[in-house]
Every structure is written in C-alpha cells, then in structure tokens.
Ligand binder design. Structure first.
Ligand code: SF4
Length: 470
C-alpha cells in the first residue's frame, strides 16, 4: 500500500493514537503506532505526560526505528497519558520540523497535538496569522491550529476551551488527539472526513485512527468520536464530552474503505475487509471478465479480488509476490528506474502467469504509469490476456481533505477515456467499479454520508482560494 506520488496510487497520510490513564501509556502508544504504520512511514513521534512532566520524542523514519529503544526519559517514566503520530506528508514538507506531535509552550502549560487530515482553509489561516505577526516554524495545519489556540489562550481561555475556539475557525478534515497538563482530548471535524475511534483498556481510554490499533493493545472498541465532537479525559479519569461545532453533512472519506484503512480495521462502523470484498463482487456483476484466473495486485487489491473470484467462480490465485522489506528509499522511483522498482516491489511468478488470461484486480489507478509497467511485466511472463478491473471509480478530481492525489491534470482518468487508458497501459480490457456500485457496498451509513469528491467532483466543502493545494 505504498506506491507513492510518482506511481499509480496515492500516498498514505497520517495516523493518530492517544491513551489516558494507563501506567504504560508510552509503550502502548508505541504499539498502537505500529498498527497504524500503514498510514504514514515518514516520521513517528510520541508526546507523554506524567506527574507534571511532559516529554516529546519524534524523528524521521518508521516506528520501529524511531522507538527501537525508548529514549531515556520514556524508559524511566512510562507516563500515564500519551499521544502519538505517524506521518506521511500530504501538505507541508517531509522533514523533522513537520513531524508530529507538535508541541507549543504557552505561558502556564504545554500543549501537544497530533492531527490527521488537511484544513481546506489552512492557507488562508496561515496567511492571516503571518500578517498578524505570527512566526511559523513548519508548514503544517497542526501548527496553525496551535497558534490559533495560543491567541485564544492569551484572551483568558483555558487550554481545551482555547482549542475548541481555534477549531471553530478551521474548515476541512481533522481527527485530532491533544495532550496537556489538563488531560487528553480528541476532536473530530464536523464533517467526519477522517476516522477516529474510541476504546477502553481497563480504566484507560484510548483513541486511534483505526480499530486495528485498539486490537493490538487488547482494548475494546466503544464507538466513533462523532463529527464535531470533543472528548476530554481529565488526569483524575473523569470524562467530558460535547460538540464544539454543529455537525455538517457527514462526509466520511470513502477512499479510506477502498485503499487506506487496514482490512482488519473497522472504519466508520464498517468492516473494511467485508466492504472490499463487496466492492469486488459488485465489480464482477458490473464488469465480468473472461479469464482463467483472478489475480490481485498485492496488497491493496487482494480483498476485492477475493470478492470478484467468489462472485464469478473464476479461480483466485496469487501470482504476484510482494516484497515486504523494500524500504521507502526504494519505492520512489525516478522515471528511468521505474521498471526495476516495480520488479523490486512486486515480482511475478512465471508459472502462475504464463499462457493465462488474467483478470488483474487493482484498488486504484491514479496516474497510470505504474500500472503500465505492471502490465508489461505480466506480458513478459507470457500472460495471454490481461483484463484489469479496478475496485473504485476513475479518479477525476484532487482531494483537499488530506489525501495526496496528484493535480487534476496528472490524473489519467481526467485526460483520457477508459478505452484510451486501456490502450495506454496495454490492457486487453479495463473497467472500473461505478460510483453507484461503490456506494451500494457500504452498509452502516446513508449513502449521502460519504465524501466521494475525487470520483465525482462533488465537494462537500470547497477549498478557499489561498489553500496551498488549489
Ligand atoms: Fe476521500 Fe476522495 Fe473525499 Fe478526499 S476527495 S476525502 S480521498 S473521498
């Protein structure tokens, strides 16, 4: 799930985790971040609070590298409350200054914040803050939110009130965990673009981007943090919750279910595994293929391919081996070495491919260049026919809510018809799941509770003119 901006798939984005009132808060946060690693591999960080002392450790790299050994302060005091973050830059540069959690020192307290999503008025707010004399270190929306909170705090608001007022000035996607001496808090934007789930582990309260992080630490899932809701866990264990903004039309990101979330997670109340199989089955009903074998592009296409195979009765086979040990350095190919990079990451098994009519199931095609290389590789292995089936509709519009698609001009489906794309990537046939078909596969929310703007161009919330990604 890590093809990258230069390839056919969009980049992953971020994962957040928080735990309050547990003796091993830091260690459990580290474990939670391991589970969320698929949401970001550029940097990882943990901010913990214990008995009046706050400590932050963050660095570039994977969770296993950043927290191979616990920094001395964490080892000596595992904390009672902690928040953590894994990051892939969807806006802002890829460097340590933009790693999260982001912590600011106010006059009487420190406030740490970890954030998943993009503000659609982030550019406007940054300009506004700069014009008012604010000095910003990085390029993150997270820092913008903290500056807004700091300004509110100077007017006398206590920390959580300051953050609430700050968030009311923002627009866009955010699922936030925040930590200060006053406790740990979770906030979710009024549209509910990004997931944020709450669970319990004994007396501890846990928040995470996905339920797989709760599973790993043995916590039980309780419920989603609702759009527009805040939940504060005080150091004495008391909980306060309410709404900091009125709920807008819910706009859960359907692409979380297609691509981002782990299949063993529940997201927006849906079992991701089950939804992906239904995507595949619906795709098979809409666009069957005459093939000897259904083959996924691992790992993203596996569950849709299973659904496709079950629906059609065509045998399922894993004819392409994914190398799970390719580091990030190797997965951002230049144009020149793209073919080698595709081989390095995904190697076909000749015996499973030679002479076969293959129905190749992809989870998405964004630019088309990596798919073209994959098709060429399968042809080299002797595939007789290659029919590509994609388990979501064509991507025609960029995302302003935290997913790093290329610009509209670079999206292959924005420039070519489906037949033209099939010819460009060298497939014998190509079909995508329809928008209606995709929406028919979700069960937990009414269809109009989902954002599908990157497929339909229908944005729940238009970006402001100064947004960096307009
Ligand atoms: Fe998700 Fe697409 Fe909406 Fe972005 S535009 S939030 S990727 S559905």
């Amino acid at each position: 799930m890590v093809s990258g901006y230069a390839g056919d798939n969009p980049r992953d984005h971020c994962g957040v985790f928080g735990i309050a009132n547990h003796d091993c808060a830091v260690e459990l946060t580290r474990q939670g971040l391991f589970s969320l690693q698929h949401r970001g591999q550029e940097s990882a960080g943990i901010y913990r609070y214990s008995d009046g002392k706050c400590l932050l450790h963050k660095a570039m790299g994977l969770v296993g590298d950043v927290f191979r050994e616990m920094p001395p302060g964490f080892a000596a005091d595992p904390g009672s409350m902690a928040i953590g973050h894994v990051r892939y830059s969807t806006a802002g540069g890829s460097n340590l200054i933009n790693a999260q959690p982001f912590v600011v020192e106010f006059d009487t307290f420190n406030l740490g914040l970890a954030h998943n999503g993009n503000l659609s008025n982030g550019g406007y707010l940054r300009n506004h803050l700069k014009q008012g004399g604010a000095i910003l270190q990085g390029t993150l929306d997270t820092e913008t939110i903290l500056h807004l909170a700091a300004r509110q705090h100077t007017m006398g608001s206590p920390p959580w009130e300051a953050l609430r007022v700050a968030l009311k000035q923002t627009e866009g996607a955010y699922s936030i965990v925040a930590l200060c001496e006053d406790g740990l808090a979770a906030y979710r934007d009024p549209y509910g673009f990004r997931p944020l789930i709450m669970g319990r582990l004994d007396d501890a309260v846990v928040f995470a981007s996905e339920s797989c992080a709760l599973d790993l630490i043995g916590a039980t899932c309780e419920r989603d943090v609702e759009p527009g809701e805040f939940i504060i866990i005080r150091p004495d264990g008391t909980m306060e919750s309410g709404y900091f903004d009125f709920a807008r039309r819910k706009s859960h990101c359907i692409f979380e279910l297609v691509y981002f979330a782990r299949p063993d997670s529940h997201v927006f109340g849906e079992c991701v595994y089950g939804v992906r199989k239904r995507f595949g089955a619906t795709l098979a009903e809409e666009s069957p293929a005459e093939a000897d074998v259904v083959m996924p592009l691992p790992d993203g296409g596996i569950y849709a391919a299973l659904g496709f195979a079950e629906a059609t009765g065509i045998p399922f086979d894993l004819g392409i081996m994914r190398n799970h040990y390719v580091g990030r350095t190797f997965i951002r190919p230049s144009e020149n070495d793209r073919r080698a990079a595709v081989r390095l990451k995904l190697n076909p098994i000749n015996e499973a491919i030679e002479g076969k009519r293959i129905c190749l199931v992809e989870d998405s095609i964004v630019r088309g260049n990596t798919t073209r290389e994959r098709v060429r590789t399968l042809r080299d292995c002797g595939a007789r026919e290659i029919h590509i089936r994609v388990s979501c509709p064509p991507h025609v519009s960029p995302c302003y809510y935290g997913i790093d698609f290329p610009s509209r001009e670079e999206l292959i489906a924005n420039n070519y018809s489906i037949d033209e794309i099939a010819e460009l990537i060298g497939a014998d046939s190509l079909a995508y799941l329809s928008l209606d078909g995709m929406l028919s596969c979700v069960q937990e929310h009414p269809l109009n509770n989902y954002c599908h703007a990157c497929f339909s161009g229908e944005y729940p919330l238009k970006p402001m003119a100064t947004c960096p990604r307009t």
